[in-house]
Design a protein around this ligand. Sequence first.
Ligand SMILES: C[S@@+](CC[C@H](N)C(=O)[O-])C[C@H]1O[C@@H](n2cnc3c(N)ncnc32)[C@H](O)[C@@H]1O
Length: 438
Amino acid sequence: MPDDAIEARIPASCPVTISEILRRAWHHDLAGLKALLSVPGRASVQEPTTGETPLHAAIRSCGARTQKNNNEAPAEKSASVDIEAAKAVVHELFLSGAIWNDVDSNNETPGCVAARLAQDDLYNECVSAGMRAELLFGLLDGYEALDSDAEEEDEDNGEDKANNREDAATNEDTEHQDDAPEDIILESDPDRAFLPPQTEGTVTSAAYLRANLTYTDGKLVDDQNNGVMMAWETSIMRSSVDALLPGLPAGKRILNIGFGMGIIDGMFRETQPSRHHIVEAHPEVLKHVETSPDCTFGKDWEASASEGAYKIYAGKWQEVVPGLLEQGELYDAIYFDTFGEDYSQLRMFFTEYVPALLDEGGIFGFFNGLGADRKVCYDVYTKVVEMHLADAGLDIEWNELDVDMKGLEKEGKGEWSGVKRRYWTLDKYRLPVITLMG
Ligand SMILES: C[S@@+](CC[C@H](N)C(=O)[O-])C[C@H]1O[C@@H](n2cnc3c(N)ncnc32)[C@H](O)[C@@H]1O
């Protein structure tokens, strides 16, 4: 359990200009804080050794929510922390540019601290601020993409975005502050907040598609041991098929993007679809499909239906799917689960293609691993996706599933043994069920 005492979080060694801001935030001194926040960057200063930001301080000092400091229990409120004052400070910090997803030395964002302390109102403030920042990122990203070369952008974006935001947040700023004279607060990097959540691995799409892959028992990993697909996700695939094809009727038209271990395609196939199209980009996955005795989606499967009804299209969906549109294909169920791509690609898929490829009454779903390495990021991305789907003319309902966390609790252990990064940490999965609006 982290030590939440003020002495532990704002140690005596803290430069005075930083500790002054942190202390005012800690004590919810809104007027005093406002005067200091007129200088850009001050809302996101970090204590050099603990990584405490003013947001962490304002939330942490509330302590764990109990009957005593819960605003819903007014009779006892006088003897307690004033959550409304804390909310006002948090709100002011966000208005002044505080960063929603900076992590401290305990690897907690301000939202993580609020969740641990059961401070729901403060947690919701963090989620709303995260949503605003990520929506803005989407706008900026779209603008920048206009004149950049696709391949170069793939590499560059990926490098910036997929790499660990926690490292960037703690190390960079701490380094800068170490170099600075004590009475000057350096302006924080204004782009720091605008990082999308990590994808399942920390690779770029271009690097992933060049990597060697290994199918072992229960996993597909790349040559850096990034988990591309893992058998523990089978129950999620099962629930996704059940949601996409309610009642599992035969004769439906299905499109699946990303073959991986073929888990979901095996389940789709069992329903005896009239059309079953799969798009897969990785040469080694395609080779596995053609040559592995364990895989039954090769030529024989394609030949078992009329020409073109069952087919694996080789190539990136970005190149294949426009052709499906031109062919006039329509589907009853579309599923999207790729690897190494950031959220902008999923958004492009459901904005530009799903409304045209989904037949009336059809259902679209995707593997919802966005921000799944911490609850606050997952909650932020739930809201971001809702907004972007609505923009695309799509309705969404979430089915919340329990995830059996046995074997998934610890980095490098159980299911994660031999896998570089534990990309799933949550005991609830939000399964998207998406339909055309109105
Ligand atoms: C997580 S796996 C899919 C797992 C699958 N749902 C299952 O049940 O086994 C992701 C797959 O998407 C493929 N992929 C990655 N980028 C792609 C792209 N741009 N177009 C098509 N396939 C892609 C990967 O090679 C990989 O096979």
